[in-house]
Write a protein that binds this ligand. Sequence first.
Ligand SMILES: C[S@@+](CC[C@H](N)C(=O)[O-])C[C@H]1O[C@@H](n2cnc3c(N)ncnc32)[C@H](O)[C@@H]1O
Length: 279
Amino acid sequence: MSQESNGAHAHYAATGILERIRAALAALGPQDRPLTPRELGAMDQFHTRGHAATAELAELAGIGPGDRVLDLGCGIGGPARLIAQSRGCRVTGVDLSEGFVEAARYLSLRTGQQDRVEFHCASALELGFADASFDVVLLQHVAMNIAQRDRLYREIRRLLAPGGRFATYDVLRGRGEPHYPAPWAREAGDSFLLDAASTRQAVEAAGLRVLAWRDDTQAAREWAAQLKAAAAAAPSGPATPGLGVVMGPDFPLLAGNHARNLLEGRVEVLMAVFEAARA
Ligand SMILES: C[S@@+](CC[C@H](N)C(=O)[O-])C[C@H]1O[C@@H](n2cnc3c(N)ncnc32)[C@H](O)[C@@H]1O
C-alpha cells in the first residue's frame, strides 16, 4: 500500500462502524422499516454541503438512467444511493476502507437499493475494471487524500468510455496552511491538497477536457457559517444521526476546523466536470 493509502486507510479505519450505525438508526424506528436516502443524508454524505452538493454534481454531469456510474472513494455509499434514486441509474462504489464498504452495503439493504448499487473495497489507484467500463466517474472529497494525482486521473481516464464524464467535487489548497485535524486528514503529512490551477493541469494532462468549472467556495463558506451557528445553538450535536456516527466522537473538532479553514480562505472548493475525448 502506498504512503497516502496508508494514511487514508488509518484515518478512515472505521472500527465498529456497523454497530454504531445500527445503534444510531434504532432512533429512526425498527430494523425492518425501509429508510429513504434522504433520511440518511446527515450521516452518509461525507463532504461539504452534503446532499445538495451531490444533487448539483449529478445535474452538472448530466447523469441519466442509462449511464454506468462509478463513485470512487464512495464512503458509506450516500452519494451512490442518492444518485441511483434521483437519476434512475446504476452506481458502483469503490472505497479503500473495508468498514465503509460493509456499512455501504448494509445501508443499501435498509433503503432497498441493493439491486441498483454495488460496493467494492479497493484503492482508486489500482482498479480491476476493464478499460472504458463507465460513462461517468465521480470523485467527491477524495483527491485530497491522494498524492499521486497523475496516476489517479490517468486511471479515471482509462475507465471512461469515449464521451464519458469525470465529475469532481473537491477541497483545494487556498492561502495559508490549513488547521488540522481536518475531516480528511489528522495531520498535514496525510493531506495532499492542490490549488485550482494545478488540479486543472493534472486532470487535463490525463486527456480530459473541461466541460464545466465552478468555484464553489462561496457556497461552502455560507454552509460553514451556518454550521458554526448551529453548533453554537446546540453544542451537544444534532438530534438526527450525523457524521459523528461514521468518524467518531471528535468529529465536531474536525468539522469545526473545516469550517474555520473555509472561512479563513485556507481551503477552497471546486465542482467541475470533464469529458473524455471521443475516439
Ligand atoms: C471524505 S470521504 C468522502 C466519501 C464520499 N465520496 C462522500 O462524499 O460521501 C473520503 C473517502 O475516500 C476514501 N479514500 C481515500 N483514499 C482512497 C483511495 N486511495 N482509494 C479509494 N478510496 C479512498 C476514504 O476511505 C473515504 O471513504
